[in-house]
Design a protein around this ligand. Structure first.
Ligand code: SF4
Ligand code: SF4
Length: 175
């Protein structure tokens, strides 16, 4: 115990000679050069990982789960999406089709027996789990790759899929 204390005391009071002074400077410069060498190796050899958004936009993979789109003309109002949704953010209303009305089908041949009167998704609540798209029997409900739909109010995040504006958005985003 006393011996250790002696060593510390001796180191602390070690005389700083001119040789040791320049040696300390050399050790510091050498460490700095070593660190810079490692840093510059990564700066120049690694690919760029950031982009200058919004001038440059990343193209998301086709299976990205971003903003939802319901191709309402192919929706049979079966409610399966709303039932599967864990946060209850899909609001659907439909009326029974008139018996005299022309028989219509979805593009995959499923008869449409109900007239859809409301199909709204509150994307402020949506957690993008994808369950609603998985259960949709006519595959009219899909995720798009659109991630730029920030709004100023929560109310603006409710999207009405019977609104013609939605179709224009879809035509612009979904290629
Ligand atoms: S992605 Fe998930 S949370 Fe969003 S609407 Fe579909 S089921 Fe609901
Ligand atoms: S599951 Fe598909 S077909 Fe059924 S109500 Fe939802 S979007 Fe329409």
């Amino acid at each position: 115990m006393h011996a250790d204390q002696d060593v510390v005391t001796q180191d602390h009071h070690e005389e700083l000679t001119l040789k040791k002074y320049f040696n300390n400077i050399w050790v510091a410069v050498r460490s700095l050069i070593k660190g810079l060498k490692i840093t510059s190796k990564y700066i120049y050899s690694e690919p760029t990982v950031s982009i200058e958004y919004p001038e440059v936009r990343e193209v998301l993979p086709e299976n990205s789960r971003s903003r939802l789109f319901n191709d309402a003309e192919n929706c049979i109002s079966c409610l399966q999406c709303a039932t599967a949704c864990p946060v209850d953010c899909i609001y659907i209303s439909a009326n029974k089709r008139d018996k005299e009305a022309p028989k219509i089908k979805t593009k995959d041949g499923t008869p449409i027996r109900l007239d859809l009167t409301q199909y709204t998704i509150d994307t402020a609540l949506c957690c993008y789990c994808g369950l609603c798209t998985t259960v949709c029997p006519t595959q009219c409900l899909t995720h798009t790759t659109d991630y730029e739909y920030a709004t100023y109010t929560l109310g603006q995040m409710k999207f009405d899929y019977l609104d013609p504006e939605i179709r224009r958005w879809r035509d612009r985003i979904v290629k």
